[in-house]
Write a protein that binds this ligand. Structure first.
Ligand code: AMP
Length: 543
């Protein structure tokens, strides 16, 4: 027997219509690239998105299923693109502005983008590759001053496009399973691969992200979106905020810790998103200038890399600001797990509670995780046995775009193989211990580089630590720790070793610690271990 309920397509059109109906007065505030402040309402955003959708179809001849790209910072026009492109039946493709020219050229051609909306400040980068992306018919200039000159072909000013558009556009009719957006993985190994999100997956993911066990966002919140809109659709927050009726604060290119803090203060931000590196920077500034603390900021959402326990503790103790640590991937929209304390943790000491918060947490409804050992069995929930993390769910990839044989990426029974290595405790809290390709195998024993990094970052002399495998004649591989020392701190290898020996076996502790001025980062702010390994092999890392 079938249920007898209405068919109500879960689309981004439904999200923006809801936002305009229920929260038309809510605000989107942008610190624009030129430093000026722009403020308007969800209703204004709605009207302009409709005009933009009209322009896409009637001026730029965009057809259903065409890919329309953005090469832009986080700002209000970028939010309009998020709704107008899918609303016009096309596929929204935020390009990663931090990739190399070769990678961007590859991605634009692979995706077959028809139009690129580009920030004026980023135009010089694109001018170098525009001749190599012949399928792009139009470049639409965002935030370009009058008289802006470029060698890009076929350019139109964004505002001119809108001025010439009618405001009575009806959103395209679509199936909730139609493509809504496309994002490429950051491609630390091989060519970047594309993940195509459906309207339904975007909708369901945003609904779950709002809930108390995840970000816990409501109409009282003002959310600062530091995570770039090009990274997994800004973790879905441009949809989340409209659904939750939360004001959105967008920093565009102003991502220095001190500027973000100022923005949080001025706009009374209650929640902000960001990768750990952003939060480390913010903490450093606040520690040195406690009077700058944004008093409305109660929580920060963090993912993309492991959140060090030392940072969770420091933010909580010094500023009563709590971290919500989440795990996910481009392939999983991204949110799959989040770590929050439950009543079962009430009796634990503060220290033990921090350890729980530093884990990647438990699944949210609609997604499932499991840990598979080398023999194919499911790992025991003992918090120690590590295996490959596999996931499935309503917003998890079913196959990469234009990849014919997706079988290497999925288990025989259809779970997505994440390439992460993890443990699970008796309460199902997941802990990521490594990426399969970053694991260190020394004398036949596995060593978790992430666990070593997190422990080292708790040392007062260390601001960042990254551990890689280096070849070793006797043990095949040994861990090497690269550390960024705090200002005025000295290299204290003996003290690092003593700290690690409290939690690690002798064989797991690195033999060498190398001070580096900075850890190389990927385009989305993760430690670039491939680059560190290359530097080591090239003799560029010396103690
Ligand atoms: P991306 O697709 O660029 O978002 O990268 C996804 C990868 O980032 C995951 O497979 C993990 O290796 C890593 N990652 C994401 N969130 C976390 C987290 N909270 N802790 C540790 N690693 C994470």
């Amino acid at each position: 027997m079938k249920g007898q309920m209405m068919h109500y397509p879960l689309t981004t059109n439904a999200i923006i219509e809801f936002g305009n109906r229920v929260f038309p007065h809510k605000e989107i505030i942008t610190r624009l690239p030129d430093g000026s402040r722009h403020q308007y309402s969800f209703h204004d955003m709605y009207l302009r998105s409709k005009k933009l959708a009209h322009a896409l179809v009637h001026q730029l001849n965009i057809q259903p299923g065409d890919k329309v790209a953005s090469f832009a910072w986080n700002h209000y026009q970028h939010i309009e693109l998020y709704y107008a492109i899918p609303g016009a039946g096309a596929v929204c493709h935020p390009l990663n502005i931090r990739l190399s020219a070769d990678q961007v050229e590859y991605i634009v051609n692979h995706s077959e983008d028809k139009v690129i909306f580009i920030d004026a400040t980023l135009v010089p980068f694109f001018e170098k590759i525009a001749a190599l992306t012949p399928l792009v018919k139009w470049f639409i200039l965002l935030n370009a001053p009058a008289g802006f000159v470029t060698t890009l072909p076929n350019t139109i000013q964004y505002e001119t496009l809108l001025q010439n558009a009618a405001d009575d556009f009806e959103w395209m009719e679509m199936d909730e399973n139609d493509a809504c957006a496309i994002c490429y993985t950051s491609g630390t190994t091989g060519a970047p691969k594309a993940v195509v999100y459906s309207h339904r997956s975007v909708y369901l993911h945003a609904q779950v992200l709002i809930t108390p066990n995840a970000a816990n966002i409501g109409m009282w919140d003002k959310v600062l979106l530091v995570v770039p809109q090009f990274h997994v659709l800004g973790w879905g927050f441009p949809f989340v905020c409209v659904m939750a009726g939360a004001d959105m604060i967008l920093p565009s290119c102003h991502l220095q810790p001190a500027t973000l803090i100022e923005l949080m203060q001025q706009e009374k931000v209650t929640l902000a998103t960001g990768v750990p590196t952003i939060w480390m920077g913010i903490y450093e500034v606040l520690k040195n200038n406690p009077s700058l603390q944004p008093i409305t900021l109660k929580k920060y959402m963090v993912g993309g890399s492991a959140l060090p326990i030392s940072l969770i503790k420091a933010f909580d103790k010094d500023f009563s600001i709590s971290g919500i640590h989440a795990w996910g991937m481009t392939e999983t929209s991204p949110l799959v797990t989040a770590s929050r304390l439950q009543p079962i943790h009430d009796s634990l000491s503060k220290e033990e509670q921090y350890k729980i918060l530093a884990k990647q947490g438990i699944e949210l409804p609609g997604a499932e995780v499991r840990i598979i050992l080398e023999d194919g069995s499911v790992a025991p929930k003992d918090g120690v046995t590590a295996g490959e993390l596999q996931v499935r769910g309503a917003w998890v990839i079913d196959g990469y775009y234009k990849v014919e044989d997706n079988s290497p990426y999925f288990s025989a029974d259809g779970w997505f193989k994440t390439g992460d290595v993890a443990t699970m405790d008796s309460n199902r809290y997941l802990q990521i211990t490594d990426r399969t390709k970053d694991l260190i195998k020394s004398g036949g024993e596995w060593i978790s580089s992430v666990a070593l990094e997190v422990a080292l970052m708790a040392h007062t002399a260390v601001s960042e630590a990254c551990v890689i495998a280096i070849p070793d004649e006797r043990w095949q591989e040994r861990p090497l720790a690269c550390v960024v020392l705090r200002k005025d701190a000295d290299m204290q290898a003996q003290s690092f070793r003593e700290l690690l020996l409290k939690d690690f076996a002798h064989y797991q502790v690195p033999d060498h610690f190398i001070a580096v001025p900075q850890i190389p980062k990927t385009s989305v702010g993760k430690f670039d271990k491939k680059e560190l390994r290359r530097m080591y092999a090239a003799g560029e890392l010396t103690s």
